[in-house]
Design a protein around this ligand. Structure first.
Ligand SMILES: *[C@@H]1O[C@H](CO)[C@@H](O)[C@H](O)[C@H]1NC(C)=O
Ligand SMILES: *[C@@H]1O[C@H](CO)[C@@H](O)[C@H](O)[C@H]1NC(C)=O
Ligand SMILES: *[C@@H]1O[C@H](CO)[C@@H](O)[C@H](O)[C@H]1NC(C)=O
Ligand SMILES: *[C@@H]1O[C@H](CO)[C@@H](O)[C@H](O)[C@H]1NC(C)=O
Length: 411
Protein backbone atom coordinates (compact mmCIF):
# COMPACT_ATOMS: atom_id res chain seq x y z
CA UNK A 1 0.00 0.00 0.00
CA UNK A 2 1.28 3.46 -0.88
CA UNK A 3 0.54 5.01 2.49
CA UNK A 4 2.79 2.75 4.49
CA UNK A 5 5.80 3.78 2.49
CA UNK A 6 5.78 7.31 3.77
CA UNK A 7 4.90 6.75 7.35
CA UNK A 8 6.37 9.24 9.78
CA UNK A 9 5.08 9.60 13.32
CA UNK A 10 3.70 13.07 13.88
CA UNK A 11 5.87 13.66 16.94
CA UNK A 12 8.86 13.33 14.66
CA UNK A 13 7.39 15.74 12.12
CA UNK A 14 6.82 18.31 14.80
CA UNK A 15 10.32 17.96 16.10
CA UNK A 16 11.84 18.45 12.67
CA UNK A 17 9.79 21.54 12.05
CA UNK A 18 9.95 23.28 15.40
CA UNK A 19 12.87 25.04 16.90
CA UNK A 20 15.34 23.34 19.18
CA UNK A 21 13.63 24.90 22.18
CA UNK A 22 10.62 22.68 21.60
CA UNK A 23 12.42 19.48 20.77
CA UNK A 24 10.76 17.38 23.41
CA UNK A 25 7.23 18.78 23.32
CA UNK A 26 4.47 17.22 21.29
CA UNK A 27 2.04 19.99 20.43
CA UNK A 28 -1.58 19.63 19.52
CA UNK A 29 -2.51 21.04 16.10
CA UNK A 30 -4.01 24.14 17.69
CA UNK A 31 -0.91 24.77 19.82
CA UNK A 32 1.36 24.06 16.90
CA UNK A 33 -0.34 26.75 14.83
CA UNK A 34 0.51 29.28 17.51
CA UNK A 35 4.17 28.64 16.88
CA UNK A 36 4.19 28.28 13.10
CA UNK A 37 2.68 30.29 10.27
CA UNK A 38 -0.26 28.58 8.52
CA UNK A 39 1.44 29.35 5.20
CA UNK A 40 4.35 27.18 6.26
CA UNK A 41 1.97 24.37 7.24
CA UNK A 42 0.19 24.58 3.89
CA UNK A 43 3.36 24.59 1.81
CA UNK A 44 4.10 21.68 -0.47
CA UNK A 45 7.18 20.81 1.57
CA UNK A 46 5.38 20.48 4.89
CA UNK A 47 6.01 18.18 6.58
CA UNK A 48 7.34 16.24 3.59
CA UNK A 49 6.40 16.49 -0.09
CA UNK A 50 5.01 12.92 0.04
CA UNK A 51 2.71 13.60 2.97
CA UNK A 52 1.65 16.91 1.48
CA UNK A 53 0.58 15.24 -1.74
CA UNK A 54 -1.23 12.46 0.12
CA UNK A 55 -3.20 15.11 1.97
CA UNK A 56 -3.96 16.94 -1.31
CA UNK A 57 -5.09 13.66 -2.86
CA UNK A 58 -7.37 12.99 0.10
CA UNK A 59 -8.82 16.53 -0.18
CA UNK A 60 -9.66 15.99 -3.83
CA UNK A 61 -11.23 12.61 -3.17
CA UNK A 62 -13.42 13.93 -0.37
CA UNK A 63 -14.04 17.30 -2.00
CA UNK A 64 -12.69 19.44 0.78
CA UNK A 65 -12.31 23.18 0.29
CA UNK A 66 -11.33 25.17 3.37
CA UNK A 67 -12.40 28.77 3.40
CA UNK A 68 -9.37 30.25 5.11
CA UNK A 69 -5.64 29.69 5.31
CA UNK A 70 -5.89 29.15 9.07
CA UNK A 71 -8.63 26.57 8.73
CA UNK A 72 -6.78 24.79 5.94
CA UNK A 73 -3.62 24.63 8.04
CA UNK A 74 -5.45 23.35 11.11
CA UNK A 75 -7.21 20.64 9.07
CA UNK A 76 -3.93 19.58 7.51
CA UNK A 77 -2.37 19.19 10.96
CA UNK A 78 -5.35 17.18 12.21
CA UNK A 79 -5.19 15.01 9.09
CA UNK A 80 -1.45 14.41 9.68
CA UNK A 81 -2.11 13.40 13.26
CA UNK A 82 -4.79 10.93 12.12
CA UNK A 83 -2.48 9.70 9.37
CA UNK A 84 0.21 8.96 11.97
CA UNK A 85 -2.30 7.02 14.07
CA UNK A 86 -3.55 5.01 11.09
CA UNK A 87 -0.05 4.15 9.93
CA UNK A 88 1.21 3.17 13.35
CA UNK A 89 -1.87 1.02 13.99
CA UNK A 90 -1.47 -0.74 10.65
CA UNK A 91 2.23 -1.43 11.09
CA UNK A 92 2.07 -3.02 14.56
CA UNK A 93 3.86 -6.28 15.07
CA UNK A 94 2.19 -8.64 15.72
CA UNK A 95 -0.48 -7.06 13.53
CA UNK A 96 -3.80 -5.91 14.94
CA UNK A 97 -6.82 -7.97 13.90
CA UNK A 98 -8.29 -5.03 12.00
CA UNK A 99 -7.00 -2.27 9.74
CA UNK A 100 -7.61 1.44 9.70
CA UNK A 101 -7.72 3.76 6.74
CA UNK A 102 -8.47 7.32 5.77
CA UNK A 103 -12.09 8.18 5.11
CA UNK A 104 -14.49 11.11 5.20
CA UNK A 105 -13.58 11.75 8.86
CA UNK A 106 -9.81 12.18 8.34
CA UNK A 107 -9.72 15.93 9.02
CA UNK A 108 -11.67 15.63 12.27
CA UNK A 109 -9.93 15.05 15.57
CA UNK A 110 -11.47 12.22 17.56
CA UNK A 111 -13.00 14.78 19.89
CA UNK A 112 -14.62 16.65 16.99
CA UNK A 113 -15.81 13.36 15.55
CA UNK A 114 -17.50 12.35 18.82
CA UNK A 115 -19.08 15.77 19.12
CA UNK A 116 -20.43 15.83 15.57
CA UNK A 117 -21.74 12.29 15.71
CA UNK A 118 -23.12 12.55 19.26
CA UNK A 119 -20.86 9.84 20.65
CA UNK A 120 -19.09 9.25 23.94
CA UNK A 121 -19.46 12.19 26.34
CA UNK A 122 -21.45 14.01 23.63
CA UNK A 123 -24.08 11.32 23.48
CA UNK A 124 -27.28 12.86 24.86
CA UNK A 125 -27.84 9.91 27.19
CA UNK A 126 -28.86 8.58 23.85
CA UNK A 127 -30.86 5.56 24.83
CA UNK A 128 -32.84 7.07 27.66
CA UNK A 129 -34.58 10.19 26.37
CA UNK A 130 -34.85 12.88 28.99
CA UNK A 131 -37.73 12.66 31.44
CA UNK A 132 -38.54 9.06 30.69
CA UNK A 133 -37.11 6.01 32.20
CA UNK A 134 -39.40 3.43 30.68
CA UNK A 135 -40.33 4.94 27.35
CA UNK A 136 -44.00 5.14 28.29
CA UNK A 137 -44.19 8.62 29.69
CA UNK A 138 -44.56 11.72 27.53
CA UNK A 139 -43.42 14.98 29.10
CA UNK A 140 -46.24 17.47 29.54
CA UNK A 141 -44.11 20.16 27.91
CA UNK A 142 -44.27 18.43 24.56
CA UNK A 143 -47.43 18.22 22.55
CA UNK A 144 -48.53 14.68 21.88
CA UNK A 145 -49.72 14.96 18.33
CA UNK A 146 -50.37 11.30 17.83
CA UNK A 147 -51.87 10.43 21.21
CA UNK A 148 -54.42 8.20 19.58
CA UNK A 149 -51.81 5.62 18.75
CA UNK A 150 -49.87 5.82 21.93
CA UNK A 151 -51.74 4.10 24.71
CA UNK A 152 -50.18 5.45 27.86
CA UNK A 153 -51.95 3.02 30.12
CA UNK A 154 -51.03 -0.11 28.31
CA UNK A 155 -48.93 -2.41 30.47
CA UNK A 156 -45.72 -3.62 28.93
CA UNK A 157 -44.90 -7.20 29.67
CA UNK A 158 -41.37 -8.37 29.36
CA UNK A 159 -41.05 -10.50 26.28
CA UNK A 160 -38.89 -13.54 26.32
CA UNK A 161 -37.29 -14.09 22.95
CA UNK A 162 -38.76 -17.45 21.99
CA UNK A 163 -39.45 -17.01 18.30
CA UNK A 164 -35.96 -17.49 16.92
CA UNK A 165 -35.15 -20.19 14.41
CA UNK A 166 -34.46 -23.66 15.76
CA UNK A 167 -31.62 -24.77 13.56
CA UNK A 168 -29.14 -21.97 13.88
CA UNK A 169 -26.70 -22.17 10.94
CA UNK A 170 -22.99 -21.79 11.41
CA UNK A 171 -22.87 -18.69 9.21
CA UNK A 172 -25.42 -16.15 8.07
CA UNK A 173 -25.20 -13.21 5.71
CA UNK A 174 -28.42 -11.27 5.15
CA UNK A 175 -26.62 -8.90 2.77
CA UNK A 176 -25.83 -11.75 0.39
CA UNK A 177 -29.35 -13.11 0.78
CA UNK A 178 -30.76 -9.78 -0.36
CA UNK A 179 -32.46 -8.55 2.83
CA UNK A 180 -30.41 -5.41 3.33
CA UNK A 181 -30.84 -2.06 1.56
CA UNK A 182 -27.93 0.13 0.51
CA UNK A 183 -25.81 1.82 3.19
CA UNK A 184 -27.13 5.22 4.30
CA UNK A 185 -25.40 8.28 5.73
CA UNK A 186 -26.88 9.94 8.80
CA UNK A 187 -24.41 12.88 8.43
CA UNK A 188 -24.39 14.96 11.60
CA UNK A 189 -27.92 13.99 12.61
CA UNK A 190 -27.83 11.78 15.71
CA UNK A 191 -30.62 9.54 14.45
CA UNK A 192 -28.59 6.32 14.33
CA UNK A 193 -31.48 4.74 16.30
CA UNK A 194 -33.85 5.41 13.38
CA UNK A 195 -31.45 4.01 10.77
CA UNK A 196 -30.96 0.90 12.87
CA UNK A 197 -34.67 0.34 13.53
CA UNK A 198 -35.66 1.02 9.92
CA UNK A 199 -32.99 -1.41 8.73
CA UNK A 200 -34.44 -4.10 10.97
CA UNK A 201 -37.96 -3.46 9.65
CA UNK A 202 -36.71 -3.50 6.03
CA UNK A 203 -35.14 -6.90 6.72
CA UNK A 204 -38.25 -8.29 8.40
CA UNK A 205 -40.33 -7.05 5.47
CA UNK A 206 -38.05 -8.74 2.96
CA UNK A 207 -38.32 -11.99 4.89
CA UNK A 208 -42.12 -11.73 4.93
CA UNK A 209 -42.66 -10.56 1.33
CA UNK A 210 -39.45 -10.90 -0.68
CA UNK A 211 -39.66 -7.18 -1.39
CA UNK A 212 -36.67 -5.01 -0.49
CA UNK A 213 -37.49 -1.30 -0.29
CA UNK A 214 -35.67 1.43 1.65
CA UNK A 215 -38.07 2.84 4.23
CA UNK A 216 -38.24 6.33 5.72
CA UNK A 217 -36.05 7.19 8.69
CA UNK A 218 -37.29 10.77 8.50
CA UNK A 219 -40.79 9.60 9.39
CA UNK A 220 -39.42 8.27 12.69
CA UNK A 221 -37.32 11.39 13.22
CA UNK A 222 -40.41 13.62 12.80
CA UNK A 223 -43.22 11.48 14.14
CA UNK A 224 -41.84 9.31 16.91
CA UNK A 225 -42.05 11.74 19.82
CA UNK A 226 -40.70 9.34 22.41
CA UNK A 227 -37.38 9.51 20.61
CA UNK A 228 -35.58 12.78 20.09
CA UNK A 229 -35.09 13.01 16.34
CA UNK A 230 -31.51 13.97 15.48
CA UNK A 231 -30.88 14.35 19.22
CA UNK A 232 -30.91 10.61 19.86
CA UNK A 233 -33.24 7.77 20.65
CA UNK A 234 -33.66 4.08 21.19
CA UNK A 235 -34.46 1.43 18.60
CA UNK A 236 -37.04 -0.30 20.76
CA UNK A 237 -38.97 2.98 21.13
CA UNK A 238 -38.96 3.24 17.37
CA UNK A 239 -40.48 -0.23 17.13
CA UNK A 240 -43.02 0.83 19.72
CA UNK A 241 -43.97 3.83 17.54
CA UNK A 242 -44.73 1.43 14.77
CA UNK A 243 -46.68 -0.96 16.95
CA UNK A 244 -49.95 0.84 16.57
CA UNK A 245 -50.94 0.27 12.97
CA UNK A 246 -48.92 3.11 11.54
CA UNK A 247 -46.44 1.48 9.20
CA UNK A 248 -43.59 3.24 7.44
CA UNK A 249 -43.54 5.16 4.18
CA UNK A 250 -40.90 4.47 1.55
CA UNK A 251 -37.67 6.48 1.81
CA UNK A 252 -38.39 7.80 -1.67
CA UNK A 253 -41.74 9.28 -0.56
CA UNK A 254 -40.51 10.70 2.75
CA UNK A 255 -36.81 11.46 2.26
CA UNK A 256 -34.10 12.16 4.81
CA UNK A 257 -33.77 15.85 5.70
CA UNK A 258 -30.89 15.66 8.23
CA UNK A 259 -32.92 17.51 10.87
CA UNK A 260 -36.27 17.13 12.56
CA UNK A 261 -39.11 19.06 10.92
CA UNK A 262 -40.33 20.78 14.06
CA UNK A 263 -43.01 23.13 12.80
CA UNK A 264 -44.97 21.29 10.16
CA UNK A 265 -43.28 18.02 11.01
CA UNK A 266 -44.97 14.76 10.91
CA UNK A 267 -48.48 15.92 10.14
CA UNK A 268 -47.54 17.81 7.03
CA UNK A 269 -45.14 15.30 5.53
CA UNK A 270 -47.18 12.20 6.31
CA UNK A 271 -49.95 13.65 4.17
CA UNK A 272 -47.77 13.08 1.11
CA UNK A 273 -47.01 9.44 1.60
CA UNK A 274 -48.82 6.20 2.28
CA UNK A 275 -47.19 3.70 4.59
CA UNK A 276 -46.23 0.58 2.65
CA UNK A 277 -47.90 -2.73 3.34
CA UNK A 278 -45.95 -5.12 5.59
CA UNK A 279 -44.22 -2.40 7.58
CA UNK A 280 -46.36 -2.55 10.72
CA UNK A 281 -44.67 -3.87 13.82
CA UNK A 282 -46.78 -6.26 15.92
CA UNK A 283 -44.29 -6.32 18.74
CA UNK A 284 -40.58 -6.32 19.31
CA UNK A 285 -38.47 -8.62 21.41
CA UNK A 286 -35.28 -7.92 23.27
CA UNK A 287 -32.44 -10.32 22.67
CA UNK A 288 -31.33 -11.76 25.99
CA UNK A 289 -28.55 -9.60 27.34
CA UNK A 290 -24.89 -10.51 27.05
CA UNK A 291 -25.22 -13.85 25.31
CA UNK A 292 -23.34 -14.75 22.13
CA UNK A 293 -25.63 -17.74 21.57
CA UNK A 294 -28.81 -15.67 21.89
CA UNK A 295 -27.39 -13.04 19.55
CA UNK A 296 -26.43 -15.65 16.97
CA UNK A 297 -29.91 -17.20 17.09
CA UNK A 298 -31.56 -13.78 16.81
CA UNK A 299 -29.46 -12.82 13.76
CA UNK A 300 -30.19 -16.20 12.18
CA UNK A 301 -33.86 -15.23 12.47
CA UNK A 302 -33.58 -11.72 11.00
CA UNK A 303 -31.40 -8.58 10.95
CA UNK A 304 -31.18 -7.27 14.53
CA UNK A 305 -30.90 -3.72 15.92
CA UNK A 306 -27.90 -3.51 18.22
CA UNK A 307 -26.30 -0.78 20.32
CA UNK A 308 -22.53 -0.31 20.49
CA UNK A 309 -19.93 2.06 21.80
CA UNK A 310 -18.51 3.74 18.73
CA UNK A 311 -16.68 6.91 19.74
CA UNK A 312 -13.10 5.64 19.71
CA UNK A 313 -10.53 6.71 17.13
CA UNK A 314 -10.32 3.11 15.90
CA UNK A 315 -14.05 3.14 15.13
CA UNK A 316 -13.55 6.47 13.36
CA UNK A 317 -11.03 4.92 10.93
CA UNK A 318 -11.92 1.20 10.90
CA UNK A 319 -11.54 -0.21 7.42
CA UNK A 320 -11.33 -4.03 7.44
CA UNK A 321 -10.59 -7.15 9.47
CA UNK A 322 -12.24 -8.07 12.77
CA UNK A 323 -12.59 -5.28 15.32
CA UNK A 324 -11.79 -6.66 18.77
CA UNK A 325 -11.89 -3.84 21.33
CA UNK A 326 -13.92 -4.73 24.37
CA UNK A 327 -16.81 -2.91 25.99
CA UNK A 328 -15.46 -0.20 28.23
CA UNK A 329 -17.93 2.67 28.14
CA UNK A 330 -21.68 3.05 27.76
CA UNK A 331 -23.31 2.32 24.44
CA UNK A 332 -23.75 5.46 22.33
CA UNK A 333 -24.61 4.29 18.82
CA UNK A 334 -27.24 2.16 17.10
CA UNK A 335 -26.46 -0.07 14.12
CA UNK A 336 -27.82 -3.19 12.43
CA UNK A 337 -26.41 -6.70 12.84
CA UNK A 338 -26.85 -8.43 9.48
CA UNK A 339 -24.86 -11.63 9.79
CA UNK A 340 -22.16 -13.63 11.51
CA UNK A 341 -19.43 -16.01 10.49
CA UNK A 342 -15.76 -16.92 10.70
CA UNK A 343 -13.09 -14.72 9.24
CA UNK A 344 -9.92 -16.31 8.02
CA UNK A 345 -7.44 -13.64 6.92
CA UNK A 346 -5.46 -16.26 4.99
CA UNK A 347 -8.29 -16.64 2.51
CA UNK A 348 -9.38 -13.00 2.41
CA UNK A 349 -8.75 -11.54 -1.03
CA UNK A 350 -8.83 -8.03 0.50
CA UNK A 351 -5.91 -8.55 2.82
CA UNK A 352 -3.11 -6.23 1.80
CA UNK A 353 0.56 -7.18 1.68
CA UNK A 354 0.05 -10.37 3.62
CA UNK A 355 0.36 -8.67 7.01
CA UNK A 356 -2.78 -10.38 8.28
CA UNK A 357 -1.77 -13.82 7.10
CA UNK A 358 -0.11 -14.56 10.42
CA UNK A 359 -3.39 -14.16 12.24
CA UNK A 360 -5.66 -16.84 13.54
CA UNK A 361 -9.22 -16.99 12.17
CA UNK A 362 -11.81 -15.15 14.25
CA UNK A 363 -15.58 -15.33 14.64
CA UNK A 364 -17.42 -12.12 13.88
CA UNK A 365 -20.76 -10.35 13.64
CA UNK A 366 -21.30 -8.44 10.41
CA UNK A 367 -22.85 -5.04 11.13
CA UNK A 368 -24.21 -2.29 8.89
CA UNK A 369 -23.43 1.28 9.96
CA UNK A 370 -25.01 4.57 8.84
CA UNK A 371 -21.87 6.65 8.25
CA UNK A 372 -21.87 6.32 4.47
CA UNK A 373 -20.13 3.77 2.30
CA UNK A 374 -16.69 5.43 2.54
CA UNK A 375 -16.50 4.18 6.10
CA UNK A 376 -15.39 0.63 6.97
CA UNK A 377 -15.91 -2.14 4.43
CA UNK A 378 -18.24 -0.21 2.13
CA UNK A 379 -20.20 0.87 5.19
CA UNK A 380 -19.98 -2.47 7.03
CA UNK A 381 -17.83 -3.76 9.87
CA UNK A 382 -16.89 -7.08 11.40
CA UNK A 383 -17.16 -7.10 15.19
CA UNK A 384 -15.40 -9.88 17.11
CA UNK A 385 -17.60 -12.73 18.36
CA UNK A 386 -16.79 -15.41 20.92
CA UNK A 387 -13.71 -13.50 22.06
CA UNK A 388 -14.34 -14.27 25.71
CA UNK A 389 -15.76 -10.83 26.45
CA UNK A 390 -19.39 -11.96 26.74
CA UNK A 391 -19.63 -11.02 30.44
CA UNK A 392 -18.56 -7.46 29.65
CA UNK A 393 -21.15 -7.07 26.92
CA UNK A 394 -19.22 -8.34 23.92
CA UNK A 395 -17.00 -6.50 21.45
CA UNK A 396 -17.83 -2.78 21.54
CA UNK A 397 -20.75 -3.73 23.86
CA UNK A 398 -22.64 -5.28 20.92
CA UNK A 399 -24.39 -7.82 23.17
CA UNK A 400 -25.69 -5.35 25.69
CA UNK A 401 -28.84 -3.97 24.08
CA UNK A 402 -30.31 -5.73 21.06
CA UNK A 403 -33.86 -6.01 19.79
CA UNK A 404 -35.76 -7.15 16.73
CA UNK A 405 -39.21 -6.30 15.39
CA UNK A 406 -41.91 -8.84 14.55
CA UNK A 407 -44.21 -7.64 11.80
CA UNK A 408 -47.97 -7.96 11.70
CA UNK A 409 -49.27 -10.64 9.40
CA UNK A 410 -50.96 -8.99 6.44
CA UNK A 411 -52.47 -10.35 3.25
C1 LIG B 1 7.50 26.06 22.37
O1 LIG B 1 6.21 25.51 22.63
C2 LIG B 1 5.40 26.34 23.43
C3 LIG B 1 4.07 25.61 23.62
O2 LIG B 1 4.27 24.37 24.19
C4 LIG B 1 5.21 27.69 22.77
O3 LIG B 1 4.43 28.50 23.59
C5 LIG B 1 6.54 28.32 22.48
O4 LIG B 1 6.36 29.52 21.78
C6 LIG B 1 7.44 27.41 21.70
N1 LIG B 1 8.75 27.99 21.56
C7 LIG B 1 9.35 28.09 20.40
C8 LIG B 1 10.70 28.73 20.45
O5 LIG B 1 8.88 27.71 19.35
C1 LIG C 1 -7.07 -7.58 19.82
O1 LIG C 1 -6.21 -8.40 19.08
C2 LIG C 1 -4.82 -8.10 19.22
C3 LIG C 1 -4.02 -9.03 18.34
O2 LIG C 1 -4.59 -9.20 17.09
C4 LIG C 1 -4.39 -8.27 20.66
O3 LIG C 1 -3.04 -7.89 20.79
C5 LIG C 1 -5.26 -7.39 21.54
O4 LIG C 1 -4.95 -7.62 22.88
C6 LIG C 1 -6.75 -7.70 21.30
N1 LIG C 1 -7.53 -6.74 22.06
C7 LIG C 1 -8.47 -7.11 22.90
C8 LIG C 1 -9.17 -6.03 23.63
O5 LIG C 1 -8.76 -8.28 23.07
C1 LIG D 1 -36.43 -3.96 25.95
O1 LIG D 1 -35.31 -3.31 26.51
C2 LIG D 1 -35.50 -1.91 26.71
C3 LIG D 1 -34.19 -1.32 27.14
O2 LIG D 1 -33.57 -2.06 28.13
C4 LIG D 1 -36.63 -1.70 27.71
O3 LIG D 1 -36.84 -0.30 27.90
C5 LIG D 1 -37.90 -2.34 27.18
O4 LIG D 1 -38.94 -2.23 28.10
C6 LIG D 1 -37.68 -3.79 26.82
N1 LIG D 1 -38.84 -4.23 26.07
C7 LIG D 1 -39.33 -5.45 26.14
C8 LIG D 1 -40.50 -5.71 25.28
O5 LIG D 1 -38.87 -6.30 26.86
C1 LIG E 1 -41.50 -3.54 -3.76
O1 LIG E 1 -42.41 -2.70 -3.10
C2 LIG E 1 -42.41 -1.36 -3.61
C3 LIG E 1 -43.31 -0.54 -2.72
O2 LIG E 1 -44.53 -1.18 -2.47
C4 LIG E 1 -42.86 -1.37 -5.06
O3 LIG E 1 -42.85 -0.06 -5.57
C5 LIG E 1 -41.92 -2.24 -5.85
O4 LIG E 1 -42.34 -2.34 -7.16
C6 LIG E 1 -41.80 -3.63 -5.23
N1 LIG E 1 -40.73 -4.34 -5.90
C7 LIG E 1 -40.90 -5.55 -6.39
C8 LIG E 1 -39.70 -6.14 -7.06
O5 LIG E 1 -41.94 -6.15 -6.28
Amino acid sequence: MILSRCFLPLAFLLITTTTAANLSSKLSPVEFLKTTSPHVVLSAEFPTPELHSLFEEWKRKFERIYDSVEKGALRKLVWLENHAHIESHNSQNPPASFKLSHNDFSDLSNDEFRRKYHLGEYSPGIFLPKGRDDGRWISSGRKLRMAEWYDLNEEEEDEVDTSTVEDVPDEKNWVEEGAVTEVKNQWFCGACWAFSAVGAIEGARWIQTGNLTSLSTQQLIDCDLTDMGCGGGLMSYAFQYDEDDIGLCALEDYPFAMHRHWFYGCKRYMAFCDPLPHTKVAKYVNVTENSEEAMKAAIATQPVSVAVTAGGVNWQFYSSGVFNESCETDVDHGILAVGYGHYDPRTDPDVVEGADSTQAPMDYYLVKNSWGSWWGMNGYMRLGRNLGNEEQGGTSCVLSMASRPILKKED
